[in-house]
Design a protein around this ligand. Structure first.
Ligand code: ZN
Length: 356
């Protein structure tokens, strides 16, 4: 039990490969970790590296951690928090009082084979799946509702020997694999309705309770996004943004409205579980991009044509107006000129008359 808790604590400090973007704190922590590792690395190396071609030095922190994880998943002794966690070993079977007569059905050499088979998997997810395949819920005729642990108590345990599923007692099951009841509880809890084991999400903050208001706001935001249907009839977000872009929009809206907002995981989780038919442009498939380009081009062309037409019409009108004005001006000017000329002639005539 204790070692399992240690495992859990250890697991929490580790981060396995994840595809979802990190939050700011997570990224900061990662950078800090990298810096610490770099510092350690530089202290470790006797000479400063001068050549770029020198292969990158193994990171001692990660190396040690990975080794521990590797050993732990294989049931071998490993170091955790400066303590040695003992290696897994085949524990004694159930006694001869067992109703199921487990040892008669599965003798010691078979047990050892099973033990090696299980720890040889060396992968937590595969081990959980292994256990899941060997546990069946018992359909209880009478269910004691007041008993909180009823799910745990109503399990039938099996071992598979040469393709044959053999029912065994819980003690035999746990001691053959050298696992704790905690592992069983964990597997049972992670069993989905379809019977698949959920991915190991330890240390990934999935147990946080998200306020319903935040969830509602996320749903509202997703529903408010403009939609578009592509050639294949799939519904897309009309702005062709990625989930991350849309999340940023959502977060900014919440900040503007001084509302609490959910994190990216929650946002994506709601999309995946409640809006699964909706497609987001993650920037990858070319087909989508082409559709996008065509749509945009078509729209642009149409808009341009419309603009041009309007512009032409406006110009024509303006030209006409101008022409009219010009004509009037010219006519006026002509009249004025004529008048001046007349006046001048008259003046000239007067002057001439005066001189004679
Ligand atoms: Zn037994």
């Amino acid at each position: 039990m204790r070692s399992q808790q240690l495992h859990k604590a250890k697991e929490n400090t580790e981060s396995t490969a994840e595809t979802v973007p990190l939050t700011e704190e997570e990224r900061a922590a990662q950078i800090e970790g990298q810096n610490a590792a770099r510092l350690l690395e530089s202290q470790d190396s006797q000479e400063p590296s001068t050549s770029d071609e020198k292969p990158k030095k193994a990171n001692p922190i990660y190396w040690k951690r990975n080794l521990s994880k590797y050993l732990r998943n294989r049931g071998e002794a490993y170091e955790s928090k400066n303590k040695i966690v003992e290696a897994k070993r085949l524990k004694p079977p159930c006694n001869d009082q067992c109703r199921l007569k487990c040892l008669e059905k599965i003798p010691e050499p078979e047990r050892l084979k099973i033990f090696k088979e299980y720890w040889g998997l060396g992968d937590l997810h595969m081990q959980w799946t292994y256990i899941k395949e060997r546990i069946d819920p018992i359909q209880a005729v009478f269910v004691n509702i007041t008993r909180k642990t009823r799910r745990e108590l109503n399990q039938a345990f099996h071992m598979i020997v040469k393709g044959e599923k053999i029912r065994v007692c819980k003690t035999f099951f746990l001691n053959t694999l050298d696992i704790t009841p905690w592992v069983i509880r964990s597997v049972v809890a992670k069993k989905t309705p379809t019977g698949e084991i959920k991915k190991d999400m330890r240390g990934k903050h999935t147990n946080r309770i998200i306020p319903p208001q935040i969830k509602d706001d996320i749903r509202k935001h997703i529903r408010s996004l403009p939609r578009e249907t592509d050639e294949e009839g799939r519904e897309h977000i009309a702005c062709w943004k990625s989930k991350a872009d849309i999340y940023i929009d959502y977060k900014q809206t919440c900040i503007k409205e001084q509302k609490q907002y959910g994190n990216y995981h929650t946002y994506v989780y709601i999309i995946r579980t409640e809006f699964s038919s909706l497609h987001f442009d993650n920037g990858a498939p070319k087909r989508k991009r082409n559709t996008k380009a065509t749509t945009t081009k078509a729209t642009t062309a149409k808009a341009a044509a419309a603009k041009a037409a309007t512009a032409k019409a406006a110009t024509a009108e303006a030209a006409t107006a101008k022409a009219a004005t010009a004509e009037t001006t010219m006519a006026k000017a002509a009249t004025a000129e004529a008048a001046t000329a007349k006046a001048a002639t008259a003046e000239a005539a007067t002057t001439e008359a005066a001189t004679t």
